[in-house]
Structures are given as structure tokens and as C-alpha cells.
Design a protein around this ligand. Structure first.
Ligand SMILES: Cc1cc2nc3c(=O)[nH]c(=O)nc-3n(C[C@H](O)[C@H](O)[C@H](O)COP(=O)(O)OP(=O)(O)OC[C@H]3O[C@@H](n4cnc5c(N)ncnc54)[C@H](O)[C@@H]3O)c2cc1C
Length: 415
């Protein structure tokens, strides 16, 4: 019979993405033990190219937990972005519309690398390459997370499981179907994303509405440009040789004022489907879902990573209240508090997506309505303010102090 190494911890965290790692660090700062179990290799987790836009609150949070050295050095603070409508570029001045807030462009891989380094410094357990991860007994007072690592069997006995294992993880499926309500919308297009060795030709993002479809100009560093194109769903990447990608990018993004992205060697390309998804409630027994495990937004609003950060702040507050005072009230509130933000981010991401993409089958009326929507957006201060307020991020639902962090200047929490 195989020997099983048994661990005992307070919180077993499944997944070392932004949600799991950030939660681990928040718990650490509150003196709460955790074991993080990740099924991929460390380099794979770091190298995965994904989000890049951090809300003001996410930056404040990384700052408050002290994992901000890289962010301060290499993060690119943006006080505005452009919306380009049929070749005409309009600037949305985020900072002046929101009383000085901004977004920061800092790759998710950098955030994850910084959080992994911080975790390792705490010397708390973090297992990469865990195989056959299984979550059991979540209805009981002592759930167990089992996995294989380096050929040995492990069983982590804990008080709580944090399901931070993304959309395709094992935690959400561990909840009986009857206990979950799923809300979902799949969009009839995908994003073809590239990283190119090209100096960004704009200091700020450019969201483009074009008759041929949506395109987005972004960047990862002073030498790397990140670009996206709306393409049909399930588009095979092989259908897009580099020259075809550049031709289509330039066709859609070239503005009447002469602006266009710089062209360079493509170093990464992929196609991402677009989906809105929410599973409720975000708690079942002693299993708490956080981040993409519970919800997915289309990337247009740049909310996914930021929502993951907001969830784990609420979860850290709840666990702190439980371990310090035996208070189970905050654990009970967890799902409802998170979902208020989740649904607002869903609405915003759906709106950004529907406004900026061409939908197959739409008619001339739909096209004129979309153009009018964008004309209103780029000419009304009220409309721009609403966009800016949501883009830089609504205030967190809970205060940093309630999650055991030092008080920093933070907009009033709503809960
Ligand atoms: C192309 C693209 C662009 C995006 N752009 C943005 C953006 O600009 N701004 C933004 O805010 N968001 C963006 N997002 C979304 C953002 O990347 C996600 O919302 C974010 O990664 C969520 O973090 P998470 O920790 O919840 O999940 P994940 O990052 O998915 O992390 C989950 C972790 O769990 C691990 N795991 C999975 N299954 C198991 C298992 N069985 N056992 C153990 N571990 C497991 C995974 O390997 C992974 O490391 C983008 C996403 C994509 C794909």
C-alpha cells in the first residue's frame, strides 16, 4: 500500500494563480497557515501570458501587502486610454475623471512571479507539479485535499479549502450540480492575441472599433507590444501567419491622425474564446471558490485578475475574523459580498464587449446604434466618467484593515 504523507493546515489553497498566491500571502500576514497545491510547473505558471491591466485598488493591495517592488520599478502607470472609432481616436482621461486614479500595466506573469517569490520567502508550503489533485469532504469540518507529488501521495487535512484553481480546475466540480446556479454567455467571437518585439507606438492603450471588427493595442514593457484582434470563435491559429496578422492589425488600427502600431517580430500568439460566466454561491460547506474558479469575464474590460484580487481580500477578512474571534458571520457573507462586485464587473465587461465588437448577423440598424453609442461615449463627459470610474475599478467591498493590512489611503469600502 502506498505511503501517504499527511499534512495538517488551516487553509488548503488549490491553484497558484493570482487568486491562490495572493490569498496565501494575505493569510500569512494574519498568521494563518496554508498549503498551496498547483498542478503545473513553476515556469509554466509564470510564463503563461494573460492579463496586464491592474486597477488602482489592485495596485494599492499589492502595495499594502508589500509585494510591490517590481510593480514600482516596471509597472507602467496609465492615466488614460484611447477609444478609436472608425479611424478617429478619442482620449478618455481616466485620472481627471476619477479624481486622480489610474490603471497600471504590469503583466500577470510579473505579478505571479513576485507572489511566488514572496511565498517562498515565507517558507510556507507551495507544491508545483501536483498530480491527481482531488478535493474531498468539503461538507465536513475537516476537508482533505489529496495529490501526488514526486511519486508520493499527500493528504492535506484542513479547516477550509480555497478553490483558486481557475475555470478548468477541480474545486467547482467538487460541488454537487444541484447546489450551484450557473449563469453563462458565450460570445460568437474570440481574441487572437500576440506579443511582438516592437516599441509601443502609444503610451496608452487603444481600443479600436472597426468595420472589420474589434482590435486592441496594449503593451507589456517599453520594448514589447501586446495586440489583440477579434476573430471567429475556435479560429485555428495556423490560419494566421505573421504577415496576415500584421496586415489585419494595421488595417483595423491605423487611425486618420496617422497613428498605428509599430511592427516587430511576433514572439507569442494564441486564440482565446470569450465568455461571461458566474457560478453561485461561491461557497459550499467549507469550500470557498475565488477568482476564475467562480467567474469569468470577457477580457475587454480587463477585470479578471482584478476580480480575483477582490475576492481573496474578502476571503482573507472572513478567515481572519474566524481565527481571531471565532466569528463565522463573515464566512457566511463571503459569497454575497463578492457577488455584488462580480455582477457589476460582469455588466461592465459585457457592455465593453458588446459596444466594441462586431456581432455576426447584425444588421445595419445594429451597426448605426453601435456607432451612436460610441459617439455618445466619446463626446459626453458623463458617459466618459462612468466608463472611467469602472475601468480604474470600483471601491473594494471591504477595507484593508478588516483583512489585517496596514491602513493605507483607500477609497471607502462599501461593506
Ligand atoms: C488572453 C487573456 C487576457 C486577459 N487579460 C486580462 C486583463 O487585461 N486584465 C485582467 O484583469 N484579466 C485578464 N484576463 C483574465 C485573468 O488572466 C484571469 O482572470 C486570472 O488569471 C484569474 O486568476 P485566478 O488565480 O483566479 O485563476 P488562474 O490564473 O487561472 O489560476 C488558477 C491556477 O490553478 C491551477 N490549477 C488548475 N487546475 C488545477 C488543479 N486541478 N489542481 C491544482 N491547481 C490547478 C492553474 O494551473 C493555475 O495556475 C485575461 C485572460 C486571458 C486568457
Amino acid at each position: 500500500m502506498a505511503v501517504v504523507t499527511t499534512h495538517r493546515t488551516q487553509v488548503a489553497i488549490v491553484g497558484a494563480g493570482p487568486a491562490g498566491l495572493l490569498l496565501g500571502h494575505l493569510l500569512h500576514l494574519n498568521g494563518i497557515d496554508s498549503v498551496i497545491v498547483e498542478n503545473r510547473a513553476r515556469d509554466y505558471v509564470i510564463d503563461r501570458v494573460r492579463a496586464g491591466v491592474l486597477e488602482q485598488g489592485t495596485v494599492d493591495l499589492l502595495n499594502a501587502i508589500g509585494v510591490d517592488a517590481g510593480l514600482r520599478r516596471r509597472g507602467l502607470r496609465h492615466e488614460g486610454f484611447y477609444v478609436s472609432v472608425l479611424g478617429s481616436r478619442h482620449r478618455i482621461d481616466l485620472s481627471s475623471l476619477t479624481g486622480g486614479k489610474a490603471i497600471t500595466v504590469y503583466g500577470q506573469n510579473e505579478v505571479v512571479r513576485d507572489l511566488i517569490d514572496a511565498r517562498i520567502e515565507t517558507a510556507r508550503p507551495l507544491y508545483f507539479n501536483a498530480e491527481q489533485v482531488a478535493v474531498t469532504a468539503v461538507d465536513s469540518p475537516s476537508p482533505v485535499v489529496r495529490f501526488r507529488h514526486d511519486g508520493a501521495e499527500h493528504a492535506v487535512h484542513c479547516d477550509f479549502v480555497a478553490g483558486c484553481d481557475g475555470f478548468h480546475g477541480v474545486c467547482r466540480p467538487a460541488i454537487p450540480d444541484a447546489a450551484l446556479t450557473i449563469y453563462e454567455r458565450v460570445y460568437p467571437f474570440a481574441w487572437l492575441g500576440i506579443l511582438a518585439e516592437a516599441e509601443p507606438s502609444s503610451d496608452e492603450l487603444v481600443y479600436t472599433y472597426h468595420e472589420r471588427g474589434f482590435a486592441l493595442f496594449s503593451m507589456r514593457s517599453p520594448t514589447v507590444t501586446r495586440l489583440y484582434l477579434q476573430v471567429p470563435p475556435d479560429e485555428p491559429i495556423e490560419r494566421w501567419p505573421d504577415e496576415a496578422i500584421w496586415a489585419e492589425m494595421l488595417e483595423r488600427m491605423r487611425a486618420r491622425d496617422g497613428w498605428q502600431p509599430n511592427v516587430g517580430r511576433i514572439i507569442q500568439k494564441s486564440v482565446t474564446p470569450m465568455r461571461s460566466f458566474v457560478a453561485t454561491p461561491m461557497r459550499h460547506g467549507n469550500l470557498f471558490l475565488a477568482g476564475d474558479a467562480a467567474h469569468i469575464v470577457p477580457p475587454t474590460g480587463a477585470k479578471g485578475l482584478n476580480l480575483a484580487a477582490a475576492d481573496v481580500l474578502v476571503l482573507a477578512r472572513a478567515m481572519k475574523a474566524y481565527y481571531e474571534r471565532g466569528d463565522t458571520g463573515k464566512l457566511s457573507e463571503y459569497s454575497d459580498v463578492c457577488l455584488r462586485r462580480v455582477w457589476k464587473a460582469q455588466r461592465f465587461s459585457w457592455w465593453m464587449t458588446s459596444t466594441l465588437h462586431r456581432f455576426p448577423g447584425e444588421n445595419a440598424f445594429d451597426y448605426q446604434r453601435q456607432v451612436a453609442d460610441l459617439d455618445y461615449l466619446t463626446s459626453s463627459r458623463a458617459a466618459m466618467t462612468s466608463l472611467a470610474e469602472q475601468y480604474v475599478g470600483l471601491p473594494f467591498e471591504v477595507s484593508f484593515e478588516s483583512a489585517g493590512l496596514p491602513a493605507v489611503e483607500q477609497e471607502a469600502a462599501t461593506h
